[in-house]
Design a protein around this ligand. Structure first.
Ligand SMILES: [Zn+2]
Length: 192
């Protein structure tokens, strides 16, 4: 809706947001989505937020989807904040300390936030197959969102990944390959 372009986080090179991209074509670093924030502020206001759904997509003006029909959501975001007074009392400065419980996301980690955006965007761009290197939580999130979208998910994990994460991916229908190496070795396989 309000996306202007993609921009390399390191070298600043502009990339087209309307076509499938991966890492920066010049330096290989991740791309950031840039928005027309003035245009976003026309409809993203304190008042408009009060009537919206309790999920991450309530902030859709600053999320990278053109057509809302492509949103792949499992109810992520809107996790609770707990006031942690006893922990705050142990700190050298007086603060109001809150802990945000991201374990209440659909796949029990904050990775659900990134994956709802990534898989929705992949759907919008016509992707039918996705792959990710992961040591656990990103894999579980991608498997679940790909399953919801009907995409083929391929996951490459180090062989010492906790069993629960492997089972989570397999149960949602992802193809899991265990790699005898580190997360960076998994990344190389995905890149190939
Ligand atoms: Zn770059």
């Amino acid at each position: 809706m309000n996306v202007t372009h993609l921009e390399c986080a390191l070298c600043g090179l502009r990339h087209d947001a309307g076509v499938l991209q991966n890492l920066c074509v010049a330096c290989g670093k991740p791309l950031l989505v840039r928005y027309d924030l003035e245009k976003a502020s026309d409809t993203l206001t304190r008042n408009s937020l009060t009537t919206r759904e309790s999920s991450l997509w309530r902030y859709r003006e600053v999320l990278p989807i053109q057509d809302e029909a492509n949103i792949v959501s499992l109810g992520e975001g809107w996790t609770p904040l707990f006031k942690a007074d006893r922990l705050a009392a142990t700190l050298p400065v007086k603060v109001d300390l809150f802990i945000k419980d991201e374990g209440q996301n659909p796949t029990q980690s904050f990775k659900a936030r990134g994956m709802t955006a990534a898989i929705s965007m992949a759907k919008e761009l016509g992707v039918i197959k996705v792959a990710v290197p992961s040591a656990g939580n990103a894999a579980g999130a991608m498997a679940a969102y790909a399953a919801k979208a009907g995409m083929d998910a391929h996951i490459f994990m180090p062989s010492d990944t906790p069993h629960a994460n492997i089972v989570e991916c397999e149960q949602t229908g992802a193809h899991v390959t265990l790699v005898d190496g580190l997360i960076t070795d998994c990344g190389k396989i995905v890149a190939e």
